[in-house]
Design a protein around this ligand. Sequence first.
Ligand code: SF4
Ligand code: SF4
Length: 165
Amino acid sequence: MISEIITKKDCAKCKKCCQFESGKFDDVPRFSKRLTSQIKNKFGNRIVFTNKTDFYNVKLQKISESKYQCPFLDIEKGCQLSDSRPFDCKIFPFYLMNYKGDTVISISKDCPVIMEKKLSLLYNYFENTINHYISNLLKDGDFIVEPYHSDAIILKILNNNIINK
Ligand code: SF4
Ligand code: SF4
């Protein structure tokens, strides 16, 4: 869905959202309990998860002195989880966040491709396209609202009813 504004070719060259600089782990994906258990069944013990109370993080692989990557990233083929990626990854570089009690949609300052787009275009894209995509994912119930952090630009405040089902 996001591929309408960011091509697969862009992401194949970049891979930034699956790799993380030391000390900058805000964007490490959160896995729901349900998804974690599905993945454990499929991948077994070679993938290590850490329980963070209401979600799980996956243990990252160290690839250089200051860089880590998600264990599901295949450098040639991309994400091994495909449609089973966590919600965070399905909507990236958009975020579903809690900002001072409001649920907001924001965009990542770390995505070089989205930062080249005009905010008005991204807003229209959200309203006309990704809004429905995200709403459908929310119906599934397998999502996590993350706390706001300063690497995000808020695009829109959502009606909190959308997530309080
Ligand atoms: S940071 Fe943006 S361009 Fe780079 S891989 Fe992620 S979504 Fe694609
Ligand atoms: S789960 Fe997939 S898309 Fe998400 S960070 Fe890992 S490799 Fe990237």
